[in-house]
Design a binder for this molecule. Structure first.
Ligand code: CO8
Length: 257
């Protein structure tokens, strides 16, 4: 891997992916996104991994799509490149993904953070969809996920003016889980990942699927899937172990079966 660094077990069952184009503020080139997709798919299939953390560095989570790479491209070039297919694959990852964000999370960077399931941010984190300033609009879900997270008027202002939103405001408006001091953002994200990784990986995946479905369906259909996944959890050994451990007043030992 050239543009990302992967640590398979930063904690038991927790993998860490670091975006690694520091000079370009982790601009999301096609090659970087392709490495990220391939790695996420590998980790999704690895039984030694239950939760994935994606981070950048202190200065930037990611400053957006690689603008230099997009320069000079026609609509047909962009259409045929079909770079968003990569994003569609990432959306299908079944294990939880936590974004650990410090510094810039702009354009595609903000969209990548929002594609993750949770966001832990440092107090220096800055979120934004500044595409409008270069004459384009968000293309990887920004208009939809930002609006769902922070509401129409705030999203509209950010998307139409390119205005940035600092971490404390992002927390206030429900874009992120929490803000921590800059020296703690990664450890806090890994801690949250480890907490989830200690639970039944089957139940965690079933739950993630249903929460995500709530964005794409109406209530009745979401409730039907929730019920199905609830019943499905009873087919796992982890469910038997979890219930037995509760009754026997001991810690459960979940195996992902
Ligand atoms: N693409 C390519 N290079 C970038 C990008 C970027 N998005 N952002 C920063 N860089 C490069 C700079 O060109 C500079 O390179 P060099 O040293 O060779 O000149 C280097 O990174 C450092 O950047 P700055 O000197 O500009 O650093 P500052 O601290 O002065 O400014 C900013 C930081 C404010 C983040 C500034 O760099 C900036 O405004 N960047 C662009 C932000 C932006 O507009 N992002 C949206 C891009 S469009 C987009 O994301 C579309 C999303 C849909 C597609 C998603 C598919 C992946």
């Amino acid at each position: 891997m050239e543009f990302i660094k992967v640590t398979n077990t930063v904690q038991p069952y927790v993998a860490l992916i670091q975006l690694n184009r520091p000079k370009e503020l982790n601009a999301l080139s096609v090659a970087l996104m392709s490495e990220l997709r391939a790695t996420l798919q590998e980790l999704d299939a690895d039984s030694n991994v239950r939760v994935i953390v994606i981070t950048g560095n202190e200065k930037a989570f990611a400053a957006g799509a690689d603008i230099k790479q997009m320069a000079g491209k026609s609509a047909m070039d962009m259409y045929q490149l079909d770079q968003f297919a990569t994003w569609d694959h990432i959306k299908k990852i079944k294990k939880p993904i936590i974004a650990a964000v410090s510094g810039f999370a702009l354009g595609g960077g903000c969209e990548l953070a929002m594609l993750c399931d949770m966001i832990i941010a440092s107090e220096t984190a800055i979120f934004g969809q500044p595409e409008i300033k270069i004459g384009v609009i968000p293309g990887a879900g920004g208009t939809q996920r930002l609006t769902k997270a922070i509401g129409k008027v705030k999203a509209m202002e950010m998307v139409l003016t390119g205005k940035f939103m600092p971490a404390d405001e992002a927390e206030k408006h429900g874009l992120i889980n929490r803000v921590v001091p800059v020296e703690l953002y990664l450890s806090e994200a890994v801690k949250l990942a480890a907490q989830i990784a200690a639970l039944s990986p089957i139940a965690v995946k079933l739950a993630k699927e249903v929460v995500l479905r709530s964005f794409e369906t109406h209530l009745e259909e979401g409730l039907i899937l929730e019920r199905k996944n609830f019943y499905l959890a009873f087919a796992s050994e982890d469910q038997k172990e979890g219930v037995a451990a509760f009754i026997e007043k001991r810690k459960p030992n979940f195996k992902g079966k």
